[in-house]
Design a protein around this ligand. Structure first.
Ligand SMILES: [Zn+2]
Length: 418
């Protein structure tokens, strides 16, 4: 995963761009079956339209005597993504209106985008901006807007059922890593693991896309798939040094919410869960939205909202580099995604073959209340709810215990043919 990040991170992965395509085709080489959907510029997608392909050929800021202060060739973040072209001499004041800096970190170049509300713009460190004391500067931005195609990569792991769990990450954002190349490589790693295993019950669709418009393009062109999409997980910001955060869907009582939320605590004891829109907002909004209503949760390593560096210190800046992610943390996140999927596969309705209370000692499942009072109480509380009306996750939520603890008892009853 880190090798892929090293290879792809510095590409200029603007939402519709040649480098986005390069990165996506490179990732397609990692799996046998990635389908690449293409949506042409201007194509309506519900209330949206696919934007033009944007290319910046060259851009810089110079003093009038030719001293170069900012160069797009050094870092693609120096130009606002989807900046209009501009060439001319500007006063310092005019320049300041178009020169963006990071609000908090004086040496970082911020990531700024103007996909729809267009203007020309450059980005620099606060330190550089503070050093500008000449009256006039030369600005050159040679960008162009051309018809192109927005691309969405899709990997399907076909299950026994057409009921689908959809996993999404976004590949856009030039020269950044944690947001969200980290989610892309973790998702692709999980897809590879599923493809190598035995056939799951659910079908899994992994989508790699440019944020927001990519999700709208895919959903609006695949409406027939929506009724079968019974749950989903958005993956982002999974390489930085923080415990996992799980954000619930718009439908907190969905089986996907109940299952994933009740399973996470055992997998990362330092993790936390928060309701919809309380951790961070991204593509899961398009899946949860009116007319779609797929319960999609979001897994990240985002700091709590109260943190002054929320969502993480290097967010949307030139400091979001491979230096802030590790292979170990990416592997841990991939492991958690696969464990959440394992729980999702196990989240069945528990149908009792028994009537009355089970004769536990007679079936070898008795837990002695004198040596294990907690285990004894739980066994009875769980058995009581094995009635065909509760899923494993329903029982876990009702008893406020981990999904895995319920599964252990259910599996034992199943092995005894109960
Ligand atoms: Zn972002």
């Amino acid at each position: 995963m880190l090798d892929l990040i090293e290879e792809l991170w510095f590409l200029k992965r603007d939402i519709v761009s040649d480098d986005f395509d390069r990165a996506l085709y490179r990732l397609a080489g990692e799996v046998p079956n990635m389908k690449i959907h293409q949506y042409p510029t201007g194509e309506p997608c519900w209330t949206w339209r696919i934007p033009e392909k944007w290319t910046c050929h060259e851009a810089y800021l110079e003093t009038l005597d030719g001293r170069r202060l900012i160069d797009y060739g050094d870092n693609p973040l120096h130009v606002v993504s989807y900046s209009l072209p501009y060439e001319g001499v500007v006063t310092r004041q005019e320049l300041m209106e178009h020169l963006h800096v990071h609000p908090r970190m004086p040496d970082a170049i911020p990531f700024v985008f103007k996909y729809y509300d267009r203007d020309w713009g450059l980005c620099a460190s606060q330190t550089l901006r503070d050093s500008l004391n000449e009256e006039r500067y030369r600005v050159v931005i040679r960008s162009d807007f051309k018809p192109g195609t927005l691309k969405v990569g899709e990997v399907v792991v076909q299950g026994e059922s057409q009921k689908t769990f959809v996993i999404v990450a976004h590949l856009c954002h030039p020269a950044m890593v944690n947001d969200d190349l980290s989610g892309v490589v973790v998702g692709l790693g999980a897809a590879k693991a599923l493809l190598a295993g035995s056939q799951p019950y659910y079908t899994y669709r992994f989508l790699i896309l440019p944020e927001t418009i990519g999700s709208v393009a895919y959903l609006s062109h695949n409406e027939a798939l929506i009724p079968d999409m019974v749950g989903g997980l958005f993956l982002e910001m999974l390489g930085n040094d923080q415990p996992h955060a799980l954000q619930g869907s718009y439908m907190p009582s969905s089986q996907a919410d109940r299952c994933l939320v009740s399973a996470l605590g055992v997998l990362d004891p330092d993790s936390y869960c928060s309701p919809y829109r309380q951790v961070i907002n991204n593509d899961e909004r398009q899946f949860n939205a009116p007319g779609v209503r797929i319960p999609m949760l979001s897994l990240s390593r985002v700091e709590r909202r109260s943190s002054p560096t929320w969502p993480y210190p290097e967010y949307h800046s030139s400091l979001d580099t491979p230096a802030i992610v590790t292979q170990e943390r990416l592997e841990a996140s991939k492991g958690i995604v696969l464990e959440l999927i394992r729980s999702w596969e196990r989240n069945q309705y528990v149908v009792n073959k028994f009537k009355g209370e089970i004769f536990c000692s007679g079936h070898g499942i008795w837990i002695d209340y004198r040596t294990n009072p907690e285990g004894h109480r739980r066994l009875f509380e769980i058995m009581e709810r094995c009635d065909g009306e509760h899923s494993v996750a329903d029982i876990a939520v009702e008893l406020n215990i981990p999904f895995q603890a319920v599964w252990e008892v259910v599996e034992k009853l199943h092995s005894k043919d109960l």
